[in-house]
Design a protein around this ligand. Structure first.
Ligand code: NAP
Ligand code: MG
Length: 426
């Protein structure tokens, strides 16, 4: 074998948990280290080390991404009650992804990996659809309440000079569904109200917010990514109904596009397109893919699961966090594949899909190559991705894909065997 490919600046490597931790070590050993003199700064975000450092290691890893610019992360457990018991934790640590996102700020882009024989449930989707999810605010930072019958819910805005503006959200009447407030009620109000569910005339209310700065950084991240990947950018809200809130998203996107990106988009031959959320959903289904769909927080949460399953499998979905300061963090979109891990620990053979984890690594290697001017490293990243797709195209795949593939000659292989088949093709 010829000399290994050299790197200058390390990638921030964040190890994780369960089956993906097993895959992580194999991907490095079987697919990367034989070809690249891999340079990483290693952080162990496995639950054991997070417990030992009281989650300090997660913060250190995020700070390291700020220093070096590029990170790659293995899936990690977000603890719940069961995990606290299982791992004897002293605290229910927050999601590492949430912590890292909060430190780096930014937008999460999720794109499916298309392989021969794996046909999307929507057959006209020929090219990937990348979902860009705004990861701040809206209902994820809401304040909500139950309002009993007779209550009046108001929105109060106190300005910095102390002056107040009050807006009526709703007056909850004394009888089921009986609103006397000045709001327009949409849909079948009262249909689920009534005594059984908590008192005639009562209801619910919530307050949500977003910030101009966060929306602007979301817009810039999407526009940069569109230029980076030479894809059209689509964005949609419900600004016909939400004339101030959603309208603000639309206006900020439009303003930033006109001021900073219009000419660069023209030069790159890509376009920016705004429409209503319901219209965009219809267009996405009819499209052949190949664009970035920028989504408000909730839309992105819901639509990324829809797009991932329609393309075939969550195990074929990559994810990259792009910060407004130009930092990149790559990962697979799926979790730690717990059920497979318990089989693995019990000594049983597994057939877990490693494709998204491999693509997280190639994404990081290619970005490092681009930033540091290393064409050989970029070439290797491309070659490794092709080898993965060739393997699946040759009919060699893990169990989850066997069920989806339309190829006639297909063979189910184990987790490690798949990686060796890919290595043979590199
Ligand atoms: P998951 O690990 O994504 O797995 C859900 C199911 O999807 C699996 O049981 C498996 O189905 C299938 N699957 C997912 N990835 C697969 C792969 N690579 N190959 C084959 N099948 C795959 O999600 P989860 O079970 O909800 O969560 C497990 C743990 O992961 C949790 O502790 C959660 O906190 C964590 N998590 C981490 C991240 C992250 O770090 N980014 C994201 C999500 C979840 P079958 O079992 O039917 O084969
Ligand atoms: Mg979701």
């Amino acid at each position: 074998m010829s000399e290994k490919i050299k790197m200058n600046v390390p990638i921030v490597e964040m190890d994780g948990d369960e089956m993906t931790r097993v895959i992580w070590a194999w991907v490095k050993e079987i697919l990367i280290e034989p070809f690249v003199e891999l340079k990483t700064e290693y952080y162990d975000l496995g639950l054991g080390e997070r417990e030992r450092t009281k989650d300090g290691v997660t913060v250190e890893a995020a700070e390291a991404i700020k220093k070096h610019g590029v990170g790659v992360k293995c899936a990690t457990i977000t603890p719940n009650d069961e995990r606290v018991k299982e791992y004897g934790l002293t605290d229910m640590y927050k999601s590492p992804n949430g912590t890292i996102r909060a430190i780096l700020d930014g937008t999460v882009f999720r794109a499916p990996i298309l392989a021969k024989g794996i046909v999307p449930y929507i057959p006209n989707w020929k090219k990937p659809i990348t979902i860009a999810r705004h990861a701040y605010g809206d209902i994820y930072r809401n304040v909500e309440c139950r309002a009993e019958a007779g209550a009046k819910v108001e929105l109060v805005v106190t300005a910095s000079d102390g002056s107040c503006e009050r807006m009526l959200v709703h007056s909850f009447g004394g009888d089921a569904g009986g609103g006397v407030g000045g709001t327009v009620d949409v849909g079948a109000e009262g249909a689920v109200g009534g005594d059984v569910l908590g008192g005639a005339g009562g209801g619910i209310a919530q307050g949500v917010h977003n910030t101009d700065a966060s929306i602007a950084s979301f817009a810039r991240a999407c526009m940069n990514y569109a230029l980076d990947t030479k894809q059209e950018l689509w964005f949609a809200t419900k600004d016909t109904i939400s004339k101030t809130y959603d309208r603000r998203f639309r206006d900020i996107f439009q303003g930033i596009f006109e001021d900073e990106y219009k000419d660069r988009f023209k030069d790159a031959g890509v376009s920016y397109f705004y429409t209503l959320i319901d219209d965009v959903v219809a267009r996405v289904v009819r499209s052949d893919g190949g664009f970035i769909w920028a989504c408000k927080n909730y839309d992105g949460d819901v639509m990324s699961d829809m797009v991932a399953s329609a393309f075939g499998s969550l195990a074929m979905m990559t994810s990259v966090l792009v910060s407004p300061d130009g930092f990149y963090e790559y990962e697979a979109a799926h979790g730690t594949v717990q059920r497979h891990y318990y089989k693995h620990v019990a000594g049983e053979a597994t057939s877990t899909n490693s494709v998204a984890t491999v693509f997280a690594w190639t994404g990081a290697l290619k970005k490092r190559a681009e930033l540091d001017g290393l064409p050989k490293l970029a070439g290797f990243g491309e070659r490794l991705e092709q080898a993965v797709l060739e393997t699946i195209g040759d009919g060699v795949m893990t169990g989850d894909l066997v069920e989806l593939s339309v190829l006639e000659n297909k063979r189910k292989v184990g987790t490690e065997e798949f990686l060796r088949e890919v290595a043979d093709r590199v």
